[in-house]
Design a protein around this ligand. Structure first.
Ligand SMILES: [Zn+2]
Length: 506
């Protein structure tokens, strides 16, 4: 059994979860569930980024203590992820005592191993609290950060600790060359390689007098206490969650996959590996920089003022249908749009009329013609489609092309529905001489249904368990991926049950 440690970005505790957050968590959850399907031992970590000026400002605006604000938001995010059936077994908060100690230990380790990588400098520039970054001229439009057009930039002058990121260009280039899979998809890799090849600039890693932060282990020479820059505090969450610096943290480090948005890929594919290299620790195996969900072509985000109530979208057809729609509609390696019309269309054609219909007609025929007992037989045509779907699905899912994985499973559903039409089991049932054909068709359909349910279970965990239960295999758990080829269905006791995906009221 192999181990698979997957993480998502931790979210800033300065507002409620929105569709952009949900897209990332649902995608990562689907990958985590797919790895469990393969039989991996999975550790799945998510959490909250709770320090920094942006959080302090949000708390001040509400006149509450920052800790009270982050406690409340942590609860709201967790509740939302539970509602969406996200299966993370770890929840990290950067205000946790263990995390703070882990960050301090990591920075100390860097300072001890490579003291020359840190130096003091008086610095001035335009600072975006939204990004928690100093912005360069080309990142500023009409005096505002291009990513945060509703926020004022702050002119900031102070003496800080700097990290010599410029010294890591060659290391990173070599790492990218030796590990072409390190950063995906390809478009992200090309962006970041261009950045590395253009020469990296040193970064300021402390903020003077920032109280809502992990104290940086060294004051500057003017005696001013420094707060750790929020990203130097946040990135190590992936490491501190393994227990670092205590105990058997190497059991889970390095992580196999960091799932992050394309806007913060640079931090994960440049700054984070440089920081780890400085500390002499292993680099994560892969970073996946997903795209954005847009609404009417505009990026979904609180700061850009583009929104939709996440709760409304989940309530429309339930959490499983919402998860499925997002990952089916928005390519996991690109941007995509959310629209209510498309949501209803896909739900109706692919779930209600596609999978739901296949389930209800197959199971009612098994009930009607065989008293619910699934015949012990097979049919080469559908069995061939099953093998094809398994191969396509696995290839897509291992490459993290979730939309293609979903399409492969739906392809099997469509083939099975076409088979029902072509074979017309209700005609075979009228002729006792064709009983063997009828049994072969029904068994093949149940097998196709069992395989479809399993392949779609990472996307729709609750509904697919429900479907699995109706197949009456006598096993509480869905099968593992490796059991699907040639899955024996003879003797199962199937029951049709209620409509799985009710058609929308028009
Ligand atoms: Zn910004």
């Amino acid at each position: 059994m192999s181990r698979f440690y997957i993480t998502t970005a931790i979210d800033y505790a300065n507002g409620d979860p929105h569709l952009g957050h949900a897209f990332e968590k649902i995608g990562a959850d689907t990958i985590a569930r797919f790895r469990r399907l393969l039989g991996d031992e999975v550790r799945f970590c998510m959490g909250m980024d709770e320090h920094g000026q942006k959080v302090a400002q949000a708390a001040a605006a509400e006149e509450v203590d920052p800790q009270a604000l982050v406690d409340r938001l942590s609860g709201r995010f967790r509740a939302m992820w539970e509602r969406l059936c996200i299966s993370n077994d770890r929840w990290v908060r950067t205000t946790d005592a263990h995390h703070k100690r882990g960050v301090a230990a990591l920075i100390e380790r860097c300072l001890e191993r490579n003291p020359g990588d840190f130096y003091e400098k008086a610095y001035e520039g335009w600072y975006c609290v939204g990004c928690e970054l100093f912005k360069r001229d080309h990142e500023i439009e009409d005096g505002r950060c291009v990513l945060h057009p509703t926020r004022e930039l702050q002119w900031t002058e102070e003496r800080n600790w700097f990290f010599r990121l410029s010294g890591y260009g060659e290391f990173l280039r070599t790492h990218f060359d030796a590990h072409p899979e390190f950063l995906q998809p390809e478009s992200r890799r090309n962006e970041i390689l261009a950045l590395i090849d253009g020469g990296l600039e040193d970064i300021s890693v402390t903020r003077a007098r920032l109280s809502w932060a992990i104290p940086f282990p060294r004051p500057t020479s003017d005696g001013v206490e420094q707060g750790t820059w929020v990203w130097f505090d946040a990135l190590p969450n992936y490491l501190t969650d393994t227990g670092y610096p205590d105990g058997d943290w190497q059991a889970w480090w390095p992580a196999q996959l960091h799932v992050v948005g394309k806007d913060i890929t640079r931090l994960h594919a440049v700054i984070w590996p440089a920081m780890l290299q400085c500390a002499g620790l292993p680099i994560p195996e892969r970073v996946w920089g997903h795209g954005f969900v847009t609404l009417g072509g505009e990026r979904f985000s609180k700061s850009a003022g583009v929104g939709l109530e996440l709760g409304d979208a989940i309530d429309r057809f339930g959490p499983d249908a919402f998860r499925f729609f997002l990952l089916r509609e928005v390519p996991w390696d690109a941007d995509g749009n959310f629209s209510w019309e498309r949501f209803t269309e896909r739900y109706t054609s692919e779930l209600a009329n596609g999978l739901g219909n296949l389930a209800s007609r197959t199971l009612s025929m098994v009930e009607k013609y065989c008293g619910g007992a699934v015949p012990d037989a097979s049919h080469p045509e559908i069995d061939g489609k099953v093998s094809e779907a398994l191969a396509t699905y696995r290839r897509a899912m291992e490459a993290h092309l979730l939309h293609e994985g979903a399409a492969a499973a739906l392809g099997l559903v469509a083939a099975a529905n076409g088979f029902v039409q072509a074979v017309a089991p209700w005609k075979l049932a009228k002729d006792p001489a064709r009983e063997a054909e009828l049994h072969a068709a029904l068994a093949a359909l149940v097998r196709a249904l069992a395989v479809s349910a399993t392949l779609l279970s990472p996307f729709m965990p609750v509904k697919m368990e429900e479907l699995w239960a109706r197949l009456g295999s006598g096993r509480a758990q869905l099968p593992r991926f490796g059991e699907l080829e040639g899955l024996a269905v003879g003797g199962w006791q199937a029951g049709a049950g209620d409509v799985l995906f009710p058609r929308p009221e028009s």
